[in-house]
Design a protein around this ligand. Sequence first.
Ligand code: SF4
Length: 348
Amino acid sequence: MRVEKIDLKNLSQAELESFTASFGKERYRSIQILRWLYQRGVHSFDEMTNLSKKFRQALEGVSFISNLHPLLVEESRDGTKKFLFQLEDGNRIESVLIHDKKRLTLCISTQVGCAMGCRFCLTGKKGLKRSLTTAEIVNQILAVRETLPDKTSITNIVLMGMGEPLANYENTLRAIQLMTHPEAFKFSSRKVTLSTVGLLPELEQLGKEKVRFRLAISLNASDEATRSPLMPVNCFHPLKKILEVCRKFPLQPRARITFEYVLLQGENDSPEDAKRLLKMLKGIPSKVNLIPLNEAPGIPFKKPSEERVRQFQDILMEGGLTSIVRTSKGADISAACGQLQGKLYNLN
Ligand code: SF4
């Protein structure tokens, strides 16, 4: 009988510990493996030189180390880079590396495509192919890092690429645990952001998890009647209920929830929308990211004028709500928010 080998990068720290214990090894051996995989980014067991040859051979007998290699890297005029990866089964995903002053942020995908169908997003138009494994999520970080001269230069990770992270709950959480584990990637929990449309049961569950990160909610409207046609998911996970969960969400000291709001001309960009938004978020430690739409063929909306965007922001700021206008980067290579399509996802 052929036994399937285990991809070590699909294991959480605790699972890796149990796995190494099954060889009769102490906990520190699992820590050594974590460091090799995520701090050094090794591709083979032979490189794990502080493990005995016998143990390395035993590991190789039942497990393997998966990797991703970019199929294509495109660079935008503003320095943003988009990485196209092809997965084992031929599906394709994208990650985006964004330079912004002192920050170097990597935006990663959690699914091939997306089932949420937000009408202002190209990824949503293609539907969902499948969810990514934990290994496929973390390998995006390792593969992009390998292309950089300084392996520590990525400062922030955002789970805002293709897919809805909470629709791939277990793998996303395991990947975040590895990102923030002091012996794995070592990112501070304040530097990892998960962005969700607000799937209610998963959002509630998220608040009970030990693993910490920043939470962002893709809001895009200030009432149900506006949100439902823009985001069909709102019919099942309504705004009012999402905000109730956010109100009770356990946050780290001084942390705030980021609410993302894609501004669409004539749809959700009026002063009344801004005033409703202000009222709606009262009592929730929050900040708002305003994202003027990235227009694209097939998206039936327009970007509001700069004046309209400023007016919207002013209303929020005057009401005491921090709001930042995010000028999306990488639009000329289709790497901006809502533009990722994984080059049509599949070769076949
Ligand atoms: S905006 Fe996010 S959740 Fe909505 S369809 Fe696009 S990828 Fe999916």
